[in-house]
Design a protein around this ligand. Structure first.
Ligand code: ASP
Ligand code: MG
Length: 417
C-alpha cells in the first residue's frame, strides 16, 4: 500500500481540492491511505480564534470568517442540499462548544485546533464519494495514540501499532482518508503532534502499515537546495539520502516536518516529494542512497536570538558553568541551534519564543552578565563550496560564524538575500 499526504497549501481553494482528487484518481493506485491537513491557513486562523476566546470569552470575527471560507469552498464543489453542509456545520457548532470547555492553555489549544483537519477531511471525503472514489473517512485520533504532551504529543508506538493494524482489512477495498497532525491521549483528549505535523502522521501510518512509499504533494517541484522565495533558481534534488534530508530539517528547512524521516528510514520506506501543480515532474525521492557530491544546500532560519553569558568575576568560563546553562535550557525545553565559547563567555543561538527566552534570561542573570540580540537569521550552508563559503561569510552583520568540514553557519542581523 501507499500513503499520500496533502498539506494545507494543496487544499486551499476549490481548484486545488479538485486537483487533489484528480491526483488521487490518476496516481493513487490502491491500496491507498490519504492524510490531509487543514485547508489553506485554517490552523493559523483557529489559533487566532482560540486566543481571542481566551482573552474575551467569545470566538470573534475570525471564527465567522473561517466558517465563511469553508462555506464558499463547499458551495463551489457541491450542489445545495448535499449532506456535506450539515456535516460541516455540525463540526463548527462542536468547535464553538469545545472552546468553552475549561482546559489549561495547551490542552485547550489541541481540542480546538484539531477541527481544521476534521473539517477539511469531511469536505474531501464528501467530494471523493461524489466523484465515485471508494473513500472511507477515519478519525486519526482512533489510531494515533500519544502521551498527554499537548501540542507536541509523543507517539505511543505499541498502542498505535495495534490500532493501525485494524486498518489493513479496510484498505483491501477502500481508500482510507484520514487527518494529519492529530492524535489522542489515554484520557481521551485530543493531542497534536506539533505544527506542520501532518507529514509525521503520514510517516507513522506508513511505517506501521509497511507501506511501499509515502508521497508528500507540495506546492514546490521537490526538495530544493534553497527556499525559492529566498534564493533564485535553486536546484531540485532528484534523490537524497535519508540522513541528508533529516539534517536539512534539523537546520530549519521547512519542506518536510523534522520527525518524518526517522520512522521511514527505519522501515526503509522511500519518501517522494512531488509537485502538486505538475505531477508529471519527477520530484525528489528520499531513500537509502549514496550521492558523492551534493550541491551546497542553504537553509534560512529566521526569528533567532543570540544569548551570551559572560562570567562576572575575571575568571574563565568553567565546565560547571556551561553545564548549569545546559540544565536551564533542558528544563525549559529549549534547543540550541548553534553555540560557541570564548575565555570568558558562552554564546548560543535559539529560536526566539518570548516567554521561554525571558524565563531563561532571568535564570541566567543569577550567575552571569547576560547579553542578547533578537531578530536574527541563522543561515546554514551544508556541503558548501568555495563560492558559497565566501558569499555567506562576507554578508553584512555577521554576529557569529561556525565552520565544520561540511557545514558553514552564520548568524546575521537582518534577512540578507
Ligand atoms: N494543519 C497543521 C498545521 O498547519 C498541520 C499541518 O499542516 O501539517 O500546523
Ligand atoms: Mg497546515
Amino acid at each position: 500500500m501507499r500513503v499520500f499526504k496533502f498539506g494545507g497549501a494543496s487544499l486551499k481553494d476549490p481548484p486545488s481540492i479538485r486537483n487533489m482528487i484528480d491526483i488521487v484518481r490518476k496516481h493513487g493506485q490502491p491500496p491507498l491511505l490519504i492524510v490531509v491537513s487543514a485547508m489553506g491557513k485554517t490552523t493559523n486562523a483557529i489559533e487566532q480564534v482560540f486566543d481571542h476566546y481566551r482573552r474575551t470569552g467569545n470566538a470573534g470575527p475570525a471564527f465567522d470568517e473561517l466558517r465563511d471560507y469553508h462555506h464558499r469552498i463547499m458551495r463551489e464543489l457541491f450542489e445545495p442540499g448535499n449532506s456535506v453542509f450539515g456535516a460541516v456545520d455540525l463540526l463548527f457548532d462542536r468547535a464553538l462548544q469545545t472552546l468553552q470547555d475549561p482546559h489549561p492553555y495547551d490542552a485547550g489549544y489541541d481540542q480546538i485546533i484539531a477541527y481544521g483537519e476534521l473539517i477539511s477531511s469531511t469536505i474531501i471525503h464528501h467530494l471523493a464519494l461524489q466523484d465515485g472514489l471508494p473513500a472511507i473517512w477515519m478519525d486519526a485520533r482512533n489510531f494515533i495514540s500519544t502521551d498527554e504532551t499537548f501540542r507536541e504529543g509523543k507517539v505511543d508506538w505499541e498502542l498505535t501499532q495495534k490500532k493501525v493494524s485494524e486498518l489493513k482489512p479496510v484498505l483491501a477495498d477502500k481508500i482510507v482518508l484520514t487527518q494529519g497532525f492529530i492524535g489522542k491521549a489515554p484520557s481521551g483528549l485530543t493531542t497534536t503532534l506539533g505544527r506542520e505535523g501532518s507529514d509525521y502522521s503520514a510517516a507513522i501510518f506508513a511505517s506501521l502499515l509497511g507501506a511501499r512509499s509515502v508521497t508528500i504533494w507540495k506546492d514546490v517541484p521537490g526538495v530544493m537546495s534553497a527556499d525559492p522565495k529566498r534564493l533564485p533558481d535553486p536546484v531540485v534534488f532528484s534523490e537524497l539520502p535519508y540522513q541528508e534530508a533529516a539534517e536539512m530539517t534539523y537546520y530549519g528547512a521547512s519542506v518536510i516536518h523534522p520527525k518524518t524521516i526517522k520512522p521511514l528510514a527505519n522501515a526503509r520506506i522511500p519518501l517522494y516529494v512531488k509537485s502538486f501543480d505538475d505531477p508529471s515532474l519527477p520530484g525528489t525521492v528520499i531513500h537509502e542512497c549514496r550521492i558523492p557530491r551534493l550541491p551546497p544546500l542553504v537553509v534560512f532560519k529566521d526569528n533567532q536570538c543570540l544569548i551570551s553569558c559572560k562570567v562576572t568575576d575575571y575568571t574563565f568560563i568553567s565546565e560547571e558553568q556551561i553545564s548549569m546553562i545546559f540544565q536551564h535550557l533542558s528544563s525549559l525545553d529549549i534547543r540550541i541551534n548553534v553555540m560557541q565559547n570564548s575565555a570568558i563567555s558562552f554564546s548560543f543561538c535559539i529560536d526566539f519564543r518570548e516567554s521561554r527566552v525571558s524565563a531563561l534570561i532571568k535564570e541566567l542573570q543569577k550567575n552571569f552578565e547576560v547579553y542578547y540580540n533578537a531578530g536574527l537569521t541563522l543561515i546554514t550552508v551544508k556541503n558548501y563550496d568555495a563560492e558559497s563559503f565566501e558569499k555567506y561569510r562576507k554578508l553584512d552583520g555577521v554576529l557569529l560564524e561556525q565552520v565544520s568540514r561540511s557545514t558553514l553557519q552564520v548568524l546575521v542581523r537582518s534577512n540578507p538575500r
